[in-house]
Design a protein around this ligand. Structure first.
Ligand code: 5GP
Ligand code: ZN
Length: 116
């Protein structure tokens, strides 16, 4: 897959518009088009990585940055103290539909466990 074929690479490149809530040199985050909570943000590395299975050991830093972005956005959105959920789906059984890794950040309501 090339960047041109990937929806989130196109959002990173600003070829497709998105409601961006956070940007750093390596990470961007934008509101999910089909929100599953009052706040539903998708946090992605600017560099294309298809799934968790494709991570290299040298990607540890970028994975950490996704979580640090989640921490900052949760605070920005006002639900850091109440609580929130972060999820990363991997491949078909987990329901991954966009093959560019992304951390879902969901907040603004209560969540049940186990998830569906
Ligand atoms: P996945 O199912 O791969 O874990 O998550 C993909 C997410 O991307 C879904 O929650 C879906 O609603 C979101 N999504 C799909 N297409 C677009 C789009 O064009 N713009 C935005 N902002 N989100 C999208
Ligand atoms: Zn991509």
């Amino acid at each position: 897959m090339t960047a041109l074929d990937c929806l989130f690479c196109n959002i990173v490149a600003a070829e497709i518009p998105a409601d961006i809530v956070y940007e750093s040199s390596d990470v961007i985050a934008f509101r999910d088009i089909n929100p599953q909570a009052p706040t539903h943000v998708v946090i992605v590395p600017r560099r294309h990585i298809a799934t968790i299975n494709d991570l290299e050991n040298s990607d540890a830093e970028i994975v950490g940055q996704l979580f640090l972005a989640a921490r900052d956005i949760a605070s920005q959105e006002g639900f850091a103290k109440d609580g929130y959920r972060v999820t990363m789906n991997c491949n078909a059984a987990a329901g991954q539909t966009v093959f560019h890794i992304h951390l879902h950040l969901l907040g603004g309501r209560n969540f049940s466990w186990p998830p569906g």
